[in-house]
Design a binder for this molecule. Sequence first.
Ligand SMILES: [Zn+2]
Length: 316
Amino acid sequence: MMRKMKKLPFLVLTLILVLAVTVFAEERVDRYDQIFDASQDAGRLTARFLQLTTRSDDKSGDSTILTSPDGKVMIVDAGNPSTFIDIQNALDSLGITRIDYLVASHPHVDHVGSFAQLIYGYDIGAVYTTEVEYPTSHYRNYMEALEATETPHVILAEGDTFMFGDHVLVEVFHPAPGIEYYEGYPEGSTQFINNLSLLMKLTYGDSSFLFTGDLYTNSEREIAATYGERLRSGVLKVPHHGAGTSSSRPFRDAVGAEVAVMMSDAIEELRIYRNYANAGTDTYITSIDGSVLVSTVGDGSYTVISQFDRVGDFLN
Ligand SMILES: [Zn+2]
């Protein structure tokens, strides 16, 4: 009798634990397969903002896979080298073996870390970068990969335009041509390089996406003063992973995004998230929402699918 009495609380506890795990598992909806299903992509401009998982000391970084209405593929940035497996899995699920446009916003490891692996592993149309040179091992690795595979290299600067497939116009607003390096570069160059990030707008009919790399507020303010309304975009890749170094008011107001996505390992700064959300922008963070798909037929409206549902509204 004594033994039974002792066992009962343990059994009850076990039962509660099993129930809790079951309920949690049922609530955790995972739309990975839906997000990485390419069957609806024809006729649409689609951006898939990847949730990357770092397996090193570096930040996981940014990577966005874009498909044009006529089936061309663009990748903007490609996380640190340890995130390559996430990018590869996404490309496999989408059935992508050719990357027509491989674009680097700036040469930091959390943006170009997986470039060498992509260049060696895939059929690449051309690599697009800014002029910024950055003598580090991962930068040299991918420059070597470019040479070894004879992949065309296109340098972009303010004022350039090109077509992504037959229907999507790409405009470059930043950086200006002719980089002036300071004495002692690249010592202490983090801010210098981030401020020279590629600012690129993709327009399909009445829909548009703005890619910002890791721009800081001083560049944002200059660009907003120069281009104003021309920056207006439905969808914004939030600069610098949603950190407080970026997303100044003049820039946010000029863009006026309906949808904003922050690719980060954590909430960088709640104030920045709230600035977007309080302005009515539908704002996502990959570390919470998982990968995020934003897609449009070019009519100025967007379909958004996040991998996970939010548990409560703790961010607001
Ligand atoms: Zn970064």
